[in-house]
Write a protein that binds this ligand. Structure first.
Ligand code: APR
Length: 320
């Protein structure tokens, strides 16, 4: 079987963690691209040196040249600036849209057949911009947000119920972070929906509401603690789960920022929805019936993403 090639654009905190996880999972050869001279080269060498201990082979390359990503099966984008305390994801907009321009052109020229996973924030609009710049098919460009948001939600629910995180499933829709819309009735412990667990006395509506809010603020909580960076372990794990589903054609049903063409009443926008990820990329968007309050939450989230898309169009008029 031919070895896969994974290109990581951005070799910072998330990029380095992605490289390590991809190596441990033996995804294939790994290229780390970063504009900082020496940084991706140093990380690639360090990673290669963990191979004899961990028992993985493969080529690790750090580079400042987009030519090195040629033939990549998966490209994961974390290039850009991470949030500093007090900075919202949207403050990042102007800086990171310029980064997406450079990255998108690099991917378009050298890895147009890749499955591209964007992590750079503000996520829903960055993945939209990246798709526009690359011109890749929409189903081959996706944003990582929902797996992370739902992992946070699952953790907090598991702690509240005192059960294993493995038995908690969560269903989240909408934009990343502040406007995330969790669907409580589709979030379960071993198949038992959260509203039933409240009726069973496992928790209260107030406590679940507080957990929802903590999940929405999950990124900011970590930024505040770290003081000069944002979360990187869980975001990296989340993107690796998506890449794994693509590379192994697992057809996992995962929440992701996907391009909508009428589903949920949204057209030509990237928003977080459940999707099936397999060898075809985003093979399907899963559309469920929303109750009125859920639809209102989702629409609010969509409006926020739409506002950012308009802002990006004014920053870079060639996009869209
Ligand atoms: N091309 C390639 N790499 C770039 C570019 C560019 N044009 N601009 C910046 N970078 C690199 C930086 O040099 C840095 O190494 O992107 C890397 C970002 O790494 P970190 O600052 O450590 O940020 P990280 O925690 O990895 O988060 C990256 O993901 O979750 C989001 O909000 C987060 O947008 C941020 C991104």
């Amino acid at each position: 079987m031919a070895k896969s090639k994974i290109a990581l654009i951005g070799g910072g905190n998330i990029g380095g963690t992605l490289a390590h996880l991809a190596a441990l999972k033996e995804f294939g050869d790994i290229v780390i691209f970063d504009i900082v001279e020496g940084l991706p080269q140093g990380k690639a060498l360090d990673l290669a040196q963990s191979g004899p201990i961990e028992g993985f082979d493969g080529v690790f390359k750090g580079t400042q040249d987009y030519k090195d990503i040629a033939g990549a099966d998966v490209v994961i984008v974390t290039a850009g600036v991470a949030r500093k305390p007090g900075m919202s994801r949207d403050d990042l907009l102007e800086i990171n849209v310029k980064v997406m321009r450079a990255v998108g052109e690099g991917i378009k020229a050298h890895a147009p057949d890749a499955f591209v996973i964007c992590i750079t924030n503000p996520l829903d609009v960055m993945v939209w911009a990246l798709r526009e710049i690359t011109g890749l098919p929409h189903h081959k460009v996706v944003g990582m947000a929902g797996v992370l948001d739902s992992a946070r939600f699952r953790l907090f629910l598991a702690q509240e119920f005192d059960v294993s995180v493995e038995d908690v499933t969560a269903f989240v829709l909408g934009g990343h972070g502040d406007t995330m819309a969790p669907l409580i009735r589709y979030s379960t412990v071993a198949g038992i929906p959260v509203p039933d667990l409240i009726k069973m006395g496992w928790s209260s509506q107030e406590k679940i509401d507080a957990i929802v809010q903590r999940t929405r603020d999950g990124g900011a909580e970590i930024v505040k603690l770290l003081k000069n960076g944002s979360a990187f372990y869980a975001p990296a794990s989340a993107a690796i789960e998506m890449a794994d589903s693509y590379l192994k054609d697992k057809k996992r049903v995962l929440p992701a920022a996907a391009h909508l063409t009428g589903q949920y009443g949204v057209n030509d926008l990237y928003v977080g929805v459940p999707v099936v990820i397999g060898a075809g990329g985003v093979e399907r968007v899963v559309e469920v019936q929303l109750a009125d309050d859920e639809k209102a939450m989702f629409d609010k989230s969509v409006d926020a993403v739409r506002g950012l898309v308009d802002a990006v169009k004014s920053i870079d008029p060639d996009i869209g």
